[in-house]
Design a protein around this ligand. Structure first.
Ligand SMILES: Nc1ncnc2c1ncn2[C@@H]1O[C@H](COP(=O)(O)OP(=O)(O)OP(=O)(O)O)[C@@H](O)[C@H]1O
Length: 590
């Protein structure tokens, strides 16, 4: 403005000091020059910042695009978040840096990790603190591989959908903790109670076992674990799951839900307010068995439940991104010692970019090893601490051979597997008669209710029972401390059955023995079965027939006892049946 005034200088006005004016003008010009320079410098900085920011965004976008191409899915929300979050580091979406990639997922390209590595990282140290209390000092190989991977994947789940995983590791190798720890650690900071993890098991007994593990590992957290298997009444289970609040409607009481497939479907159909749309983890333990199970439609009902909520939200057309953020599909985690090799079965689960963790058997033939790596699931393996043997005997002497083998080796803490409930019962009676009071022998089968089964399992674990005769209902997953020996009294028909039976011993690094009783005609079939798991040259145990001859009288007596007991039981059953019939007829005519 001053300059303007000077330009309008009036000659008739008071005398002006020309020199002073000129100096003033020069000073102002100088000052303006400085201001312009400062402004220019500032502009330069701003332009540089904008360029840098543009470059950062371009890099993030590029990385996500590459990742998307690799993983075939990356949702817009992530790009949006990455671009608008100033704290977001482009390296968080690292897929090109081989160093970082190795840390996150060593085998992202193949989706294939062979278990047994000794990699511990900072995540494991964190977990160690939680679990040392529970007797876990070191992580087993399957845990050392799976736990950090899952925690990393969960940490990044807001940026990229985590891949689903399939874990195929030997019996007793610690698979339960491999999913319990990361689920607990990932969920423990949630403030709002919602069902975020669903663990599905094939049987009530296994569900109870996993429930107990989760209870142990959540005791110092605010997480609530619930079990629904049908052991309790339906109404009781409903009360444990949720309550109705006047202001908020249905409110969950549970963070982690353990269930059997059948009971889950019952609740999905009939429990009003049950909400599984916030699931972050869907764990399927003994996955091959769950997928084989009679309750085929659990997955259909679960997906219907989740998707129906999804579609209502999307139909509001608020913002698709919001819907995506809220209804991210749960990460599926499949575990088993004998994970299905049938792609059709796995296909039912529509796994997302499944990553496999397995303990493959190395064969002599490198070509075969390569095929294994490509063919998704490796061969079934048993623990290294397991010794496997077989005995050949005639069918009529089988109970006596079993008796003699147990007696000679002074076996206790032994499980004997038969192929049917009836067989289990008869064998238990025979063994009780043969051993008299020298051994405590009990039987477990589906004839007993859950409470009696649990009591027997507890007694066996406490060493109060020496020999437990059982059906294959107890072959899978049950974790009984220090089983010294597993005897397959009836030869297993399938490799899977053999692996799971034998897997009740040699658990968690302990030594164990698995013995199979075979008739001559069964030997070839048994050997070719085991060849599928690269088990060749299994040692035979010989039981001298001469020794058995001296037991003739004892055996005769035992067979008599068996006959008497069976006749007695049949009579009692008949009396019971008649009484029930009489009762029903009376009721009808009342
Ligand atoms: N890191 C560890 N340190 C010590 N004990 C462990 C560890 N991990 C697991 N265990 C113990 O090992 C035993 C076997 O574990 P778990 O039942 O999880 O095996 P699994 O792999 O699920 O076997 P299966 O295939 O038969 O179901 C359990 O008693 C468990 O407490």
């Amino acid at each position: 403005m001053d300059l303007f005034v000077i330009n309008r200088h009036d000659e008739s006005a008071a005398p002006v000091n020309e020199q002073q004016n000129l100096e003033k003008i020069l000073k102002r010009i100088e000052k303006n020059k400085e201001l312009r320079a400062i402004r220019k410098a500032k502009k330069k900085i701003i332009i540089a910042n904008v360029k840098q920011e543009r470059e950062r965004k371009r890099k993030i976008k590029r990385r996500l695009e590459v990742q998307e191409a690799k993983q075939s899915i990356t949702h817009d929300l992530n790009i949006d978040k990455a671009l608008h979050d100033p704290t977001f580091d482009e390296n968080d979406v690292d897929i090109s840096s081989p160093k970082k990639k190795e840390k996150v997922d060593e085998s992202a390209d193949t989706g294939f990790t062979i278990l047994g590595g000794e990699k511990f990282n900072k995540n494991i140290k964190k977990i160690k603190k939680v679990s040392e209390k529970n007797g876990v000092k070191y992580l087993f190989p399957v845990q050392a591989e799976v736990i950090p991977w899952l925690l990393q994947a969960h940490k990044r789940s807001n940026i990229v959908f985590p891949r689903d995983i399939c874990v195929s590791a030997p019996t007793g190798s610690g698979k339960t903790i491999a999913f319990t720890l990361p689920v607990v650690q990932a969920l423990m900071h949630h403030k709002i109670k919602k069902i975020r993890a669903l663990i599905i098991l094939p049987t009530q007994d296994l569900a109870l076992q996993v429930f107990r593990t989760f209870k142990k590992y959540t005791q110092d957290t605010s997480l609530d674990v619930c079990i629904i298997t049908g052991k309790n009444s339906f109404e009781n289970e409903q009360r444990q799951l949720l309550y109705r609040d006047e202001a908020f409607g249905f409110v969950s009481k549970v963070d982690i839900l353990i269930c059997t497939a059948g009971r889950l479907v019952d609740h999905l159909k009939s429990t009003e307010g049950l909400d599984l749309t916030s699931l972050e983890f869907l764990v399927i333990d003994e996955a091959d068995r769950v997928l084989d199970g009679v309750q085929h439609d659990w997955l259909y009902h679960l997906e219907k439940h989740i998707n129906s909520e999804d579609s209502t939200l999307q139909s509001t057309r608020i913002l698709n991104l919001l819907a995506l953020k809220k209804h991210k599909p749960p990460q599926k985690l499949l575990f088993s010692a004998t994970l299905s090799q049938d792609p059709e079965k796995l296909q039912k689960l529509s796994l997302f970019q499944p990553k496999l963790f397995t303990s493959i058997v190395e064969t002599e033939n490198p070509q075969e090893n390569a095929t294994n790596a490509d063919s998704f699931i490796g061969k079934y393996t048993t623990p290294q601490e397991l010794t496997e043997k077989y005995i050949i005997c005639s069918i009529d002497l089988k109970p006596l051979v079993l008796y003699e083998f147990i007696r000679l080796n002074k076996l206790t803490k032994t499980m004997v597997f038969t192929h049917s409930v009836e067989n289990t019962h008869r064998l238990a009676i025979l063994l009780k008669s043969l051993f008299k009071d020298n051994m405590k022998i009990e039987e477990i089968s589906s004839n007993l209710d859950v409470k009696s089964r649990n009591k027997l399992i507890e007694d066996f674990s406490a060493g109060k029972i020496d020999i437990l005769v059982c059906t294959d209902a107890l072959a899978r997953g049950i974790d009984l401390p220090v089983v010294q020996c597993v005897i397959s009294y009836s030869a297993p028909k399938h490799l899977k059955t053999y692996i799971h039976r034998a897997g009740r011993t040699a658990r968690a690094g302990e030594l164990g023995l698995a013995v199979t009783l075979l008739h001559k005609s069964q030997v070839n079939k048994f050997q070719s079965l085991l060849q599928q798991a690269d088990k060749i040259n299994m040692e035979e145990i010989k039981i001298s027939e001469e020794n058995l001859e001296t037991l003739g009288e004892q055996y005769k007596q035992a067979l008599n006892d068996l006959k008497k007991t069976v006749v007695n039981e049949q009579h009692q059953d008949l009396v019971k049946l008649k009484s029930v019939k009489r009762h029903t007829v009376k009721k009808k005519f009342k």
